[in-house]
Design a protein around this ligand. Structure first.
Ligand SMILES: CCCCCCCCCC/C=C\C/C=C/C(=O)SCCNC(=O)CCNC(=O)[C@H](O)C(C)(C)COP(=O)(O)OP(=O)(O)OC[C@H]1O[C@@H](n2cnc3c(N)ncnc32)[C@H](O)[C@@H]1OP(=O)(O)O
Ligand SMILES: Cc1cc2nc3c(=O)[nH]c(=O)nc-3n(C[C@H](O)[C@H](O)[C@H](O)COP(=O)(O)OP(=O)(O)OC[C@H]3O[C@@H](n4cnc5c(N)ncnc54)[C@H](O)[C@@H]3O)c2cc1C
Length: 643
């Protein structure tokens, strides 16, 4: 099962080796992080990042190994933006010459980059960005400027104190004419003494949600006061500006300017299962240790995992972790394929890839953020302790619902793709993840054939149910949209329904990828049979949660919906004996989990007790402030005391 989770034996070995390397190196200790102030926290992260870079070089780690190493260090920092956004932006949007000049510098970290797109006034609406890049023909330069307060760049990670360079997104102006938003490579700091270059105002945007997690990152603010950069620092794969000031667009679609976001959204989907599996591992292990009620004849109380209600909250999350792992893997291969095509100037699969990365990013991050919080509640009161590992994990993870495309905004992008697919049905056969929309007639006409709870244990029945629900919701939206004279007005008016239809489409993708994985990629019977149970749990849980959709579209009868729920209850009993094996298969080490409740050895209570004594308040019996502020209250007889 560990190999099935990792994707292959080799993948397992790489990840396992890097996990151990990090766990066994005292530099990467992280239990004390919550006690550090912001400056110490930040410096500590700089120290770890520098040490990691040294290890990567000294040990000659591969790109894959280096990624796992950074992952297990488990502290957001400037290198995330450098490797995940700055480098890919140059790779995807730079010309051959630009790549030749900038990539070797970035790949050896002689320069450190960030991705400066969002501004104080605009994040989602990229075309609304206000920073300007005005071409000056006399000097063959662009003049970068922040004309308003709201045009201040705001949020880019690593920008406040570390990055030496940034890809800055700004409106291109030539001879007073706007030519849309483009990316520019801008140097931010001196490579000698790290001071901000003239004309730039740079700073940190302030503390963020949680304590020891995202505050390790220096998210920054940046303002330009007429800063000049050479013309050849505009990323020119998509459009070019000549030294005469002529603006030209190549055959490459404009959307490629957004290509870095597609790449990172894919990574975010691949990473969702890491965060969810971590929370589920903690909650499952603790649910086996924790006992409440049910003692008979002085025997032990019931392990809380044996309560059906606990199972109905925990096991769908366990199943979701596996579902997200597989859909992340699938999306990665889709993305690798599109990347190769883009390099060869084949843009045909870009719209579908954009819809998949946007929609699955929204689906997986929302479910993971909610799932982590549910795991905290599944651990009762102790889940609220920092030492449970869950509050910090939640604080770290929850911004994924906003960054790289706010989730609702992303679902609306999926809706655009679906509406377009439906409106083209007459003359263009949909392919890939939208292929089912090419079979609308049977999907709209046939109803579910399930008659018993056992009938739900059938991948074809499940797949057809999810296809019919999505197709009916998408087609329904299409029909209602057609009633509007102005399609954009219709889209805005129906946006709530469109988001729900997009979610149904994305859930269909996750369910069908899970089934596909079982049918074609899991060797041997033991692992396959166990995963089949989780696959059914995932699908039937979604069906139960969204039964309103399945009933309202007329595909299911109430009786069939209730049979699905009956089957789900039975499935929980089948998950229970393997619950610990399922979470052990994630291969998460104690160092990575950073949770007293989720310890591999289950030795929760003594360690929880021990951890409490490490709190700085327990350094002495009488702490600073008691004599000054508490003793006087006890000693003085003030007004109320006389009454
Ligand atoms: C190893 C450990 C490391 C782990 C690292 C993990 C990952 C690191 C994460 C680090 C953490 C945080 C970093 C965060 C960074 C950021 O947040 S960067 C900023 C991200 N910002 C956004 O995501 C903005 C969201 N907004 C947009 O994407 C667009 O503006 C939006 C799509 C919403 C709308 O764009 P418009 O310009 O208005 O375009 P529109 O008219 O709607 O669309 C035109 C057309 O183009 C299609 N389209 C849109 N986007 C794309 C795309 N990316 N690719 C392809 N096609 C796209 C759109 O669907 C339309 O198509 P149509 O056919 O014409 O309808
Ligand atoms: C931790 C973190 C790190 C970040 N790192 C970076 C970085 O490195 N570089 C960078 O450039 N940016 C970064 N960002 C910024 C991030 O990309 C944006 O915050 C994100 O894209 C969301 O945009 P917004 O803040 O403008 O949200 P808004 O769009 O203002 O969202 C507010 C609300 O409006 C709704 N809304 C907006 N538009 C629509 C619409 N058309 N229809 C319906 N509802 C709508 C949204 O659903 C949401 O509920 C980071 C953000 C965070 C939190």
């Amino acid at each position: 099962m560990k190999v099935a989770w990792a994707g292959s034996r080799e993948a397992f070995q790489v990840s396992d080796r890097m996990a151990k390397l990090v766990a066994n190196d005292p530099v990467f200790e992280k239990f004390s992080k919550p006690m550090l102030g912001r400056k110490e926290l930040f410096k500590n992260t700089l120290r770890k990042a520098a040490y990691a870079w040294k290890l990567i070089n000294d040990l000659r780690l591969t790109e894959e190994e280096a990624k796992w190493l950074r992952h297990y260090i488990d502290e957001p920092n400037y290198t995330d933006l450098h490797w995940e956004m700055f480098v890919p932006a140059i790779e995807g949007q730079g010309t051959k010459e630009q790549k030749k000049k900038w990539l070797p510098l970035a790949q050896t970290m002689q320069i450190i980059g960030t991705y400066a797109q969002t501004e104080l006034g605009h994040g989602s609406n990229v075309q609304g960005l206000e920073t300007t890049a005005t071409f000056d023909r006399q000097t063959d330069e662009f003049v970068m400027h922040s004309p308003t307060l709201t045009s201040s760049k705001w949020w880019p990670g690593g920008m406040a104190k570390v990055a030496t360079h940034a890809i800055v997104y700004a409106r291109l102006i030539i001879d007073g004419l706007f030519h849309g938003v483009h990316g520019f490579i801008v140097q931010l700091r001196s490579l000698e003494d790290h001071s901000p270059l003239p004309g730039l105002t740079l700073g940190d945007i302030g503390m963020k949600f949680g304590h020891g997690t995202y505050n390790t990152m220096d998210n920054g603010v940046l303002r330009f006061d007429h800063v000049r950069i050479p013309r050849n620092q505009m990323l020119m794969r998509v459009s070019q500006v000549t030294k005469e000031g002529k603006y030209a667009q190549s055959d490459v679609p404009r959307q490629l300017l957004y290509g870095t976001m597609v790449s990172v959204r894919q990574t975010i989907v691949a990473d969702a299962s890491k965060a969810l599996s971590r929370a589920v591992c903690i909650a499952t292990r603790y649910s086996v240790v924790r006992r409440q009620f049910g003692s008979r004849n002085g025997g032990p109380e019931t392990q809380v995992i044996d309560y059906k209600t606990q199972q109905s909250r925990l096991f769908p999350l366990l199943a979701s972790a596996y579902a997200f792992r597989f859909v992340g893997e699938w999306l990665k291969s889709l993305y690798i394929d599109v990347k190769q095509r883009l390099e060869a100037n084949d843009f045909s699969t870009l719209p579908e890839t954009h819809a998949c990365t946007a929609g699955l990013k929204a689906l997986t991050t929302a479910a993971t953020a909610d799932g982590i919080e549910e795991c905290r509640k599944l651990c009762g009161g102790h889940g609220y302790l920092i030492s449970s590992g869950l509050p910090e994990l939640f604080a770290f993870y929850v911004p994924a619902c906003s960054y790289e495309g706010e989730n609702v905004v992303m679902m609306l992008q999926v809706a655009r793709f679906l509406v377009k697919t439906v409106s083209n049905l007459g003359y263009k056969q949909p392919v890939g993840t939208a292929a089912y929309l090419g079979r609308v007639t049977p999907l709209l006409q046939n109803n579910c054939a399930v008659q018993t709870a056992e009938d739900w244990l059938n991948p074809d029945a499940i797949l057809e149910a999810f296809e019919a629900r999505a197709a009916r919701m998408v087609i329904g939206c299409g029909e209602r949209l057609a009633m509007f004279e102005n399609p954009e007005e219709g889209f805005a008016e129906l946006s709530i329904d469109l988001v729900e239809a997009s979610l149904a489409h994305c859930q269909l993708i996750t369910v069908s990828v899970f089934i596909q994985k079982l049918n074609h990629e899991i060797p041997g019977n033991g692992v396959k049979r166990s995963l089949e149970v989780l696959c059914y749990v995932y699908a039937l849980f979604l069906l139960h949660k969204h039964q309103g959709d399945f009933l309202a579209t007329g595909y299911l009868t109430p009786k069939q919906a209730s049979l699905a729920n009956e089957q789900l209850r039975t499935l929980y009993s089948k998950v229970r004996p393997n619950a610990i094996a399922f979470v052990d298969s994630f291969n998460h080490m104690d160092h990575y989990l950073c949770s007293v409740l989720g310890r591999y050895d289950g030795n929760v209570y003594p360690k929880l007790y021990e951890a409490a004594w490490k709190d700085p308040l327990n350094d002495s019996d009488i702490v600073d402030g008691i004599q000054q502020y508490v003793q006087p209250i006890l000693k003085q007889k003030l007004h109320y005391a006389k009454l």
